[in-house]
Design a protein around this ligand. Structure first.
Ligand code: SF4
Length: 363
């Protein structure tokens, strides 16, 4: 008896959820963004990759630049790596850009430039996880696949007052069940867009607008007056502290630049000569023959950049040299200052270049 009673309540709640959600979205709350209502899988994919770990307002100009520079997936696939990295510059998380190129080239070479239209095929592409695959499958091809991003986790966790953490395998399974229970398979694109928008504009992380929320009547966390307890997370991210000592080596009108190695942050981007030290205050310039040094300006700029698992403190020193060291310093190259702007850099280096009008390098 108890079970059947619960079952009835659950079904009523779930119907209420999808119906209310879709009418709310239809009426007045459809956020206007260029990728909204988009059916072209290339544009959907591009917007999703740009928006991973990036706010919509920040990602929007990048999306527009990418679409105007590379209007088709063929154009993107044919572009030189360095040009694409330059366009991506400032968005961070450069592995996304590498995957973007790899996938564009794979779709062109293996699928004749047409995105596969099944979730199970889309998810095999590089850099495409369950969220992006579901977005492409539902928005471009109308497949009945629910999308679960951070906004959806938050809405569901609060609506169901779900105690299962969202960052465990069991939790992810649980949330898949929850979204399936409220999902409207007849209108997958509309449902997915509406629930993501609800999380982004009403059921927000810090200042949820429960008093304006059409779901408040059935929302368990709201009923219990503890919405900020949800969603539950278990994992704490361990942060590695690193100290980068950058030396801007200058000979006449040239600077020394090198490319970041594979297997570390900012892979493929460019930087100045770097000595990483184990602790702050331990930088030394004994990699250079003293007789070559004309002038040293130590620590002209410092910066901190927080990545997901790392905190990188960088200090920049400018060293003017009488001539180039022989046999050389590593795998880098000497680049004319006026050409420095053509190279893609991580955010830390960009901040330095912007702060140092001395170089008068236009970015
Ligand atoms: S009532 Fe509040 S907590 Fe519940 S879904 Fe709406 S905004 Fe989120």
């Amino acid at each position: 008896m108890g079970d059947s009673f619960y079952f009835c309540t659950s079904i009523m709640t779930d119907k209420f959820f999808a119906k209310q959600l879709l009418s709310w979205h239809h009426l007045e709350n459809d956020r206007v963004l260029p990728w909204k209502g988009e059916k072209d899988p290339y544009k959907i994919w591009l917007s999703e990759i740009i928006l991973q770990q990036t706010r919509a307002e920040q990602g929007l100009p990048y999306y527009e630049r990418f679409i105007s520079t590379y209007p088709t997936i063929e154009a993107l696939a044919a572009a030189p790596d360095q040009e694409v990295f330059k366009l991506w510059q400032g968005l961070g998380y450069y592995s996304r850009c590498r995957n973007l190129l790899a996938t564009a080239r794979q779709v062109v070479s293996e699928y004749g430039g047409k995105f596969p239209d099944q979730y199970t095929e889309i998810i095999k592409l590089k850099g495409i996880g369950p969220y992006t695959a579901a977005a492409i499958a539902s928005f471009a091809f109308g497949r009945p696949v629910p999308v679960i991003d951070g906004n959806v986790y938050r809405v569901l966790a609060r609506y169901f007052a779900e105690p299962e953490p969202i960052d465990t395998t069991t939790g992810k399974k649980k949330f898949n069940e929850l979204v399936t229970s409220v999902f409207d398979a007849r209108q997958p694109a509309a449902f997915n867009q509406a629930i993501m928008d609800l999380g982004a504009s009403v059921c927000t992380p810090k200042q949820a607008k429960c008093e304006q929320c059409f779901l408040s009547e059935g929302c368990r966390a709201f009923g219990q007056n503890n919405i900020y307890m949800f969603p539950v997370k278990t994992k704490k991210i361990a942060v590695r502290h690193r100290y980068f000592n950058y030396y801007i080596l200058e000979v006449d009108d040239e600077l020394y630049l090198q490319q970041r190695p594979a297997g570390d942050v900012w892979h493929d981007l460019y930087e100045f000569f770097l000595v990483e030290s184990a602790a702050e205050g331990t930088d030394s310039i004994d990699f250079l023959d003293e007789s070559l040094i004309e002038e040293v300006d130590r620590h002209v700029f410092t910066s901190k950049q927080r990545l997901t698992h790392q905190l990188i403190e960088s200090r920049f020193s400018v060293i003017r040299l009488k001539e180039k060291p022989a046999p050389g310093l590593g795998n880098g190259a000497w680049v004319k200052k006026i050409n420095v702007k053509n190279y893609p850099f991580p955010k830390t280096i960009i901040s330095f270049l912007e702060e140092m009008p001395y170089f008068s390098i236009e970015l």
